[in-house]
Design a protein around this ligand. Sequence first.
Ligand code: MLT
Length: 410
Amino acid sequence: MIQLNENYLKLKAGYLFPEIGRRVKEYQAANPQANLIRMGIGDVTLPLVPSVIEAFNGAVDEMGKKESFKGYGPEQGYEFLRQAIVDFDYKKRGIELSIDEVFVSDGSKCDTGNILDIFGRKNVIAICDPVYPVYVDTNVMDGRTGVCLDNGYYEGIHYMPCYDSSGFLPALPDKPVDLIYLCFPNNPTGTTITKTDLKKWVDYAIRNKAVILYDSAYEAYIRDSSLPHSIYEIEGAKEVAIEFRSFSKTAGFTGTRCAYTVIPKALKAYDPMGNAHPLNPLWNRRQSTKFNGVSYPVQKAAAASYTEKGRKEINEVIDYYMSNAALMKKSLIASGFNVFGGDNAPYVWLKTKNNMKSWDFFDLLLHQVHVVGTPGSGFGPAGEGYFRFSAFAEREKVVDAMSRISSAKF
Ligand code: MLT
């Protein structure tokens, strides 16, 4: 008799965003006249910029000609893209990387899940709460946790609750942990970490021979020049951190799919005898076996975002979304909400009024003013009583949504 992976049976509910989609679809079917404004999932709405499209089209044309056609590409990504990443995203910030420390992929969501392949099963995993749900769910699916307890936490995970009182920053674990997930600028709270605070994590990881999985998918939204864009801006981080970056939110690639993961050669993990081994060759081996690379036209399109013209164009798009965030923040504060994030991230995080539960707030907004956001509790128990809005909507819709919320009765 065929057996299933019973770890999947431990998962609490459907993945957060499809669950929101399901509820919204149900509501829309019952209320077809409702003009819904969607600010739930952090999905971009503006089209790919002209430089990216031009490169994309050019590469598609190349694929249609015998002399420039390409079959399988390198699993790690084409050199032209890896070189652009190394030069633009790192060298310009004083970080030296070689191209074989960069692995191009089809998304950070996949990479943050797949990375577990190269880590032993006895590692103690530390995860923030609230958090991007992928980190928790992939650990559950992979059998690295026990069951979900009544308090919403899975057995076996070391949770790091993040509260308003500490700027939604996690506290250093009070016991040794091995694999630490950090995401800054943060999804879902939109808050950031300073170099001084990030250094504490790097030092902790060095002391404890731990590895930090650093998700910096939203670094392009940083406006405060003192904040780190990369964990490798911190001394010693190359020995203890893997960094995930994505073109999704930086260049509008949520539907086009391109991202990359950096695994420095200095980063090591240990076998049961305590011998150190570099992780870079393990990930290379994993990718060569289980992944066939990102398509050539997509990589050409991604590389175009690094040209001078491409950079200018994508910065205009990012500025547009950040103006949305500023507008949302101002309006929500004027409506009497306690609001966080939104200054260096495309997410605005708010405390609901009258301690309303997150999903009740979701239903109220959906039913009363037809605005869709994301319930904070969907990101973990500490997100209960909070709510997230994404700034990726079109301006007129943001303005309309804010005016509707200001007239809602809570
Ligand atoms: C979000 O809304 O949190 C993001 O869109 C999720 C993602 O990037 O996968």
